[in-house]
Design a protein around this ligand. Structure first.
Ligand code: DGY
Length: 328
């Protein structure tokens, strides 16, 4: 008797090789038009799928999970962040959740470094001037930015991406500092020559560049609150390639507008895809459209991880990238 393939509802268009392999292995329902799903269509999908292959644009809240049929057993997220999924509600209903860590680390760290350089060296501003026909010749005092070599970088969240960023920053001659729930193992800290700050407030007040690399959880929502942002030095640059919710975006825009910090490089926003209009008016920001992991290689490897998680789970084993509520 032929074995029934699991019904996998894929909520967004994925890279072609990933979709093709999914069709080979599963009864995969693809979203070739790449139309983002709303609460109603997600609830319907949860009602018919054995597996939901989600992305960060799907809000899988307790209501969607409550609408799931008894057949839904796995939410295999395409992406490392799972703050759009109510993991506790899923697990309470017997639904396993997985994500795709590791394969986007280096690309996201590259993008973070690019944002640090872009904000410090005014790269986007300079390019815009040239493209607008405004380059009338070199001048000793024009387009001056700030050197990053010799400066202090404070990394908030020293996980995989934080460490990959620290490695790059060290090569650029930056001094690495970090704040984390707990210090990284001595062997890691020694290689990075990284200084641990238990107090985020104290670290913020001393750094030239701050990078947000922690996940968004209830504990990190507005971790960079209006009060904490005011601790930054006037020449400081803040970059965020993690999640917008970690920063009070409105307070940040106000500080930038008043010149109370020098600049920011943001790839993520508090209410994506909406961007605070105050930020859009500023000159001293580099704003990207959440593209930290957007390389062909990373997106294919993320898809491959989704497939491995589904296949392993369906074969009756523990999937390699299971997410548990207590990890968050
Ligand atoms: C993630 O994986 O959570 C990133 O934000 C998107 O790739």
């Amino acid at each position: 008797m032929p074995v029934r393939k699991p019904k996998v509802v894929v909520t967004r268009k994925l890279p072609d090789p990933v979709e093709t392999r999914m069709r080979e292995l599963f009864d995969a329902e693809l979203n070739l038009e790449d139309r983002p799903m709303n609460a109603a269509t997600l609830a319907e999908a949860a009602g018919r799928a054995d597996v939901l292959a989600t992305t960060l644009t799907d809000r899988i809240d307790a209501e969607v999970i409550a609408a799931a049929g008894p057949q839904l057993k796995l939410i295999a997220n395409f992406g490392a962040g799972v703050d759009h999924i109510d993991v506790a509600a899923a697990v309470a209903r017997g639904v396993t959740v997985t994500n795709t860590p590791g394969v986007l680390t280096e690309d996201t760290a590259d993008m973070t470094m690019a944002l640090i350089l872009a904000a410090a060296r005014r790269i986007v501003e300079g390019a815009s001037v040239v493209q607008a026909g405004g380059f009338s010749g070199w001048s000793p005092t024009w387009m001056m930015g700030r050197r990053i070599g010799g400066k202090r970088l404070g990394v908030i969240g020293m996980g995989r991406i934080g460490q990959a960023l620290a490695k790059r920053a060290k090569v650029f001659g930056m001094q690495v500092h970090y704040h984390n729930r707990k210090p990284v193992p001595a062997a890691v800290a020694d290689v990075l020559e990284a200084t641990y700050w238990e107090s985020l407030d104290q670290m913020l007040a001393r750094m030239d560049v701050i990078s947000v690399n922690c996940p968004h959880t209830p504990a990190t929502f507005h971790l960079l609150s209006a009060r904490r942002l005011k601790l930054l030095q006037p020449h400081a640059i803040l970059v965020n390639t993690a999640r917008g919710e970690v920063i009070d975006e409105s307070a940040l825009a106000d500080l930038l507008a008043r010149g109370q910090i020098a600049g920011a490089g943001l790839d993520v926003y508090e209410n994506e895809p909406t961007i605070n209009p105050k930020l859009l008016k500023l000159q001293n920001v580099v704003l990207l459209p959440h593209m930290g992991s957007a390389t062909v290689e990373a997106r294919i490897e993320m898809g491959e991880k989704v497939i491995v998680n589904i296949k392993t789970f369906m074969d009756g084993h523990r999937p390699p990238d299971r997410v548990l509520p207590e990890m968050l």
